[in-house]
Design a protein around this ligand. Structure first.
Ligand SMILES: [Zn+2]
Length: 130
């Protein structure tokens, strides 16, 4: 079966998508489906990562826990679902890190405080050495 080009009248073999003479699509419907697929990707604009979340995670890793908790809390509120801002995981990680490190600090401080009472030679409790 011969397919004649609607543009130039050139006879083409069945199965040809484009005219062998002028290159026009012989059948636009099949041409577009068989030829280069037109990938129509409907997607939202690429979400940007919350800088606060990154800051929270970095601060948490650095052990600057009060700021990590603050930035993590703000970062979580900034990365609510539907706001097209990624980095919620990092914000949570920073917040958790900040809390864990903070508890460690408080624990160490408490331990040192108690140790100061139990050991009279503890340097921070020498009330007479000022
Ligand atoms: Zn043609």
């Amino acid at each position: 079966m011969t397919i004649y080009c609607s543009n130039c009248g050139n006879p083409n073999v069945e199965g040809d998508v484009f005219c062998r003479n002028c290159g026009k699509p012989l059948n636009p419907a099949t041409a577009y489906s068989a030829g280069a697929p037109q990938t129509i990707v409907l997607q939202e604009p690429a979400p940007h990562t919350s800088g606060l979340s990154i800051a929270a995670l970095v601060l948490g890793l650095l052990g600057i826990w009060p700021l990590a908790i603050i930035f993590g809390g703000i970062g979580i509120s900034h990365t609510k679902p539907g706001r097209n801002v990624s980095g919620r995981g990092m914000a949570i990680a920073g917040l958790v890190l900040g809390i864990v490190v903070g508890l460690l600090y408080i624990g160490l401080f408490t331990w040192a405080f108690i140790a100061g009472f139990t050991h009279s030679s503890f340097p921070f409790t020498g009330g007479s050495s000022v």
